[in-house]
Design a protein around this ligand. Structure first.
Ligand code: ATP
Ligand code: MG
Ligand code: MG
Length: 353
């Protein structure tokens, strides 16, 4: 039986491994800092849990393997510049933007994009790291080291943030989870909730957008599309060519979770429409210590990543799924988490049907 190698051994790799196990798939996440030489077989399959990696013997072996699924797409989406170009080329709505070049200046940014402009580094940004606000009222200039390495985006005054997670098989078959509503605080995802009836009218529009991308790129596996909702419109914020934090709730709330779907798709196993089991919510554990008392809560599932706890660092998540909204409400009441969690918990409670 061939092996499924994962470039990267963080939490996403661990959860891919967990999802592959009952399918009889040997999933092996590889630490990007590992100094090992891997013994790869020609019929092994390679995927990645991250968009970028340093060059080591192992990462080079994996990245040059014939069965690295989506190898050509990765660099296209890992760089925000080419990602934005793809969105423009496919006429998919996204926040107005321009590339920050060596001769770019803030006057141009304010003139073309308005008085608040968000610079995002082209590569390597996550959890809102790699962002820099330009504010006309404060006369902010573009720092030299951002020139040539970033894009500038209009500040979007969105109603809320939603995401769509979909999977595409080798034969082009596609399946999507219901849209997820997401709460970011300071650029980092704190909570998600899905499904929501009120987002249903946007579902087919979102699916058509992500389908166009996945089909054009002949993408295989799970892809996530983060959007801003402005009224009835969706603007794509960014794409992730991999399993995504806003799809973690599917571990509790869907018959086939996003991790299993990714494993199935890239190894060529059959796909099926996932059955949605109930109302789901997800809370990211960011910079908080492990507390096994959480496990007393009905409907709660804990995922702890075994990472060193640091402020602002995602170290785990909690999933909740139930068909009884009272169970979910009381689960939220029982969570005792520090600032800024009260905001995230209140947001979930407000959005429960
Ligand atoms: P992720 O961890 O999702 O990969 P990231 O660091 O790649 O995050 P983005 O998703 O681009 O960054 O931005 C993080 C958050 O910052 C968004 O979810 C949103 O809340 C806010 N944000 C991003 N772009 C804009 C924008 N143009 N206008 C207003 N807010 C924005
Ligand atoms: Mg991102
Ligand atoms: Mg994002």
């Amino acid at each position: 039986m061939s092996i499924l190698w994962v470039l990267g051994a963080g939490q996403l790799g661990a959860m891919l491994k967990q999802a592959g196990t009952p399918l009889g798939i040997d999933v092996r996440p590889v630490d990007i800092e590992s100094t090992d030489t891997l013994s790869l077989n020609t019929d092994d399959v390679v995927t990645a849990e991250r968009e970028e990696w340093p060059e080591t013997i192992a990462t080079k072996q994996l990245a040059t393997h014939n069965n690295f699924v989506n190898l050509k797409t990765f660099p296209q989406l890992a760089d925000r510049l080419t990602q934005k170009q793809w969105l423009d080329r496919l006429q998919l709505a996204t926040a107005p933007w321009f590339p920050v070049e060596s001769n770019s200046n803030s006057e141009y940014a304010y003139k073309t994009l308005g008085e608040r402009v968000l610079m995002k580094s082209r590569r390597g940004g996550y959890d809102g790291k790699g962002q820099y606000w330009l504010k006309e009222s404060e006369g902010t200039n573009i720092p030299e080291d951002w020139k040539g390495n970033a894009i500038a985006e209009q500040a979007i005054n969105f109603d809320e943030e939603v995401s769509l997670v979909g999977v595409r098989g080798r034969n082009g078959e596609k399946h999507f989870y219901p849209l997820t509503l997401n709460l970011h605080i300071n650029g980092i995802l704190y909570a998600s909730i899905s499904p929501l009836n009120r987002l249903k009218p946007l579902q087919s529009k979102a699916e058509a957008m992500l389908s166009k991308l996945m089909d054009t790129l002949d993408y295989v596996g799970v892809m996530a599309m983060e959007c801003f909702r402005i009224g009835d419109d969706l603007l794509i914020n960014e794409l992730a060519p991999r399993v995504h934090n806003s799809g973690h709730w599917t571990q509790a709330g869907a018959s086939v979770c996003q991790f299993e779907n990714h494993v199935r798709a890239i190894t060529g196993l059959p796909l099926a429409e996932a059955e949605i089991k109930g109302q789901s919510m997800m809370v990211n554990l960011i910079g908080v210590d492990l507390n096994h008392h959480w496990l007393k809560t009905k409907s709660l599932e804990l995922y702890w990543y075994k990472k060193e706890v640091r402020p602002g660092r995602k170290v785990g998540h909690l999933n909740f799924c139930s068909n009884n909204i009272t169970v979910l409400q009381s689960a939220l009441t029982s969570l005792d988490l520090p600032q800024p969690y009260p905001e995230a918990i209140a947001w979930l409670a407000e959005n429960l049907p």
